[in-house]
Ligand binder design. Structure first.
Ligand code: F6P
Length: 463
C-alpha cells in the first residue's frame, strides 16, 4: 500500500551490515537499530522508499544501489582518507565534543572541514540524482549538517527535514566554530529542523539570527521569505518490542542464569553505554569505588556490570578514555574483589539484543550519568523492560531523557557526592517507591515511543 510521496532517509550509516558466509560470499542484513524501526511504518507507506548512507566499511567501496527488506539503499562511497577527515575528524573530533559542552578535547582543522564538505556534498548529490519530483527527504544528525543546504540548491522541489540527535550547543560554544556560518546555513536549507529538546531549538534560533543568516518570526526562522520551522521532537524507543522481550520467558531464564553467574548478589548495578567520554562512565565508577571505601556498599552484597560498547576507536580521546576506565575497573577489583569474584564486571564488547535484555532484567539499579546527551535511549530501554515496575533509574539531569523521566533519581554527574547519595538512595529504595516511580516513567516512554516520534516529525514536515 503506497499512500505517501517518496520518502528518502539520509543518515551517515545505512541500516544494514555485511555478513560474510562460510563459503566466502556475503550478504547484507538489516541492523536492528532504533532509526530503522522508527521509520519502517513511514517507509512502508512511501513510494519507492529509499535510504542514503555509508556502508560503514571504507575498505570495500560499494556504489551500486541494492534493496534489502523493501528499502532501496543508495550507498555513498567514502574513502579511508575521507573517513578520517569527515567522520573521525570533523564529526567526532570537532563537532561531537563541541556540541557536548566541550567535555572532550575539541580540535579545529581546515583539512577535516574540507573532507566534511566533500562527503556532505556527495550525500546531497546522491539524493538529488535519485529523488522523485516532490519527494520528502529526512536528513539525520550532525555528520550531515551541510546536506539540507546543498539539496535546497540542487533540488528546490524537495521537502527537506533535518533532525539533530545530539544537543545543539549554546551560542558561546557554537560560535567558536571557524565554519559556523556555513554549518548554520546548511541546516537552514530545511523546511523543518527538529531537536531533542526546546533548549536545542532555542540555541539554534539564537545562533542563526546572531550570525545574520535568518530572522526570528515567533518560534520559526525566516530566510528571506522562506519559512524554516523549528521544533522539539524527543526521540523514543520501540516500547512494545522492549516490553515484550522483557516479559519473555527466555529473557527471565537468561536473567536468572546471569544473576547466578554474578554470585546472586543482593543488588546488581548496571551501566550500558558506548565507550564515550560524554557518558560519565568514569565518574560513575569513582562514585561506586568511594561507596565501597566508605562501607556504604559491601562487595559481598553489590555487583556492578559496566558494558562499554566499542566506539570511534581511531579517535585519540576515545583511546585515552578506554585506558582511564580500564585502570579504574582494575583498581576497584584489585581493592575489593576476591579470586573469581570481581565487584565490577567490565565488558568492552557489543552485546546482542538478547544479552542486553537479560542485563536490563537483572539490574536492580541502572546508572545513566552522561555529562551531556541529546536524549539517551538506554534509560528508556531499561524502563520499557521493567514490566513488573521494579528497579531504580539514576539519571543525569544533562540527558535529554531527564525532561521526560522526571521520576528517575536525577543527579548532576559532576557532583560525585550527589551521585553517591543517589546510588545509596537507589539501593535503599522500597519496592513500593520503585513501583510508583517506574509506573510513571513507563507511561511516559510508552506514550512517546519511536513511531510517534517519526510520525510527529513527518506530519510536521508535510503539514
Ligand atoms: O546520536 C549520535 C550518533 O552519532 C548517531 O548519529 C549514531 O547513529 C550513533 O551516535 C553511533 O555513532 P557512530 O555512528 O559514530 O558509531
Amino acid at each position: 500500500m503506497t499512500v505517501a510521496p517518496q520518502l528518502i532517509v539520509v543518515a551517515n550509516r545505512l541500516p544494514v551490515r555485511r555478513v560474510e558466509r562460510e563459503d566466502g560470499t556475503s550478504e547484507w542484513i538489516t541492523s536492528p537499530g532504533g532509526l530503522v524501526s522508527a521509520l519502517s511504518p513511514a517507509l512502508a507507506q512511501s513510494d519507492n522508499p529509499s535510504w542514503v548512507g555509508w556502508t560503514g566499511d571504507s575498505n570495500h567501496l560499494v556504489d551500486e544501489p541494492f534493496t534489502v527488506d523493501g528499502i532501496h539503499l543508495l550507498p555513498v562511497p567514502v574513502s579511508p582518507t575521507e573517513l578520517d577527515a569527515h567522520y573521525n575528524g570533523m564529526s567526532n573530533g570537532t563537532m561531537w565534543p563541541l556540541y557536548h559542552d566541550k567535555v572532550g578535547p575539541v580540535e579545529f582543522h581546515r583539512t577535516w572541514y574540507e573532507g566534511y564538505r566533500t562527503v556532505n556534498r556527495r550525500f546531497a548529490e546522491t539524493v538529488a540524482e535519485s529523488a522523485e519530483e516532490g519527494a520528502t527527504v529526512w536528513v539525520q544528525d550532525y555528520q550531515l549538517q551541510l546536506v539540507p543546504g546543498y539539496l535546497r540548491e540542487l533540488r528546490p522541489d524537495l521537502l527537506i527535514g533535518f533532525f539533530l540527535h545530539i544537543p545543539f550547543p549554546p551560542a558561546e560554544l557554537y560560535n567558536q566554530l571557524p565554519w559556523r556560518e556555513a554549518l548554520v546555513a546548511g541546516m537552514l536549507g530545511s523546511d523543518l529542523v527538529g531537536f531533542q529538546t526546546p533548549r536545542g531549538a532555542a540555541n539554534f534560533r539564537r545562533v542563526a539570527s546572531f550570525l545574520g543568516k535568518a530572522t526570528v518570526d515567533g518560534d520559526d526562522l525566516m530566510v528571506g521569505d522562506r519559512r524554516v520551522r523549528l521544533g522539539s521532537y524527543p526521540i523514543g524507543i520501540d516500547f512494545r518490542r522492549y516490553e515484550a522481550a522483557g516479559m519473555d520467558h527466555a529473557t527471565s531464564e537468561r536473567s536468572r542464569d546471569l544473576r547466578a553467574q554474578l554470585g546472586n548478589p543482593r543488588t546488581v548495578i548496571l551501566g550500558v553505554d558506548r565507550l564515550d567520554y560524554t557518558k560519565g562512565i568514569d565518574v560513575r565508577l569513582r562514585a561506586f569505588k568511594e561507596l565501597l571505601a566508605d562501607g556504604v556498599l559491601h562487595p559481598s552484597q553489590v555487583t556492578m556490570v559496566q558494558v562499554a560498547d566499542p566506539s570511534r576507536d581511531a579517535v585519540d580521546a576515545y583511546i585515552d578514555l578506554r585506558a582511564r576506565v580500564e585502570r579504574l575497573v582494575g583498581e576497584i577489583n584489585g581493592d575489593y574483589g576476591r579470586v573469581g569474584v570481581p565487584v565490577v564486571h567490565y565488558i568492552h564488547q557489543t552485546q546482542n539484543f538478547d544479552a542486553l535484555l537479560a542485563l536490563y532484567r537483572t539490574a536492580d539499579i541502572m546508572l545513566v550519568t552522561p555529562f551531556a546527551d541529546g536524549m539517551n535511549l538506554v534509560a528508556k530501554e531499561y524502563v520499557a523492560t521493567r514490566y513488573d515496575e521494579s528497579g531504580a533509574l539514576v539519571l543525569s539531569e544533562f540527558a535529554g531523557a531527564a525532561h521526560q523521566l522526571t521520576e528517575a533519581l536525577t543527579v548532576n554527574p559532576y557532583d560525585v557526592d550527589g551521585l553517591k547519595s543517589a546510588i545509596a538512595e537507589a539501593v535503599r529504595m522500597t519496592p513500593e517507591e520503585q513501583r510508583q516511580r517506574m509506573r510513571d516513567m513507563r507511561k511516559e516512554v510508552e506514550a512517546t515511543d519511536v513511531r510517534t516520534w517519526a510520525a510527529n516529525f513527518l506530519d510536521g514536515l508535510r503539514s
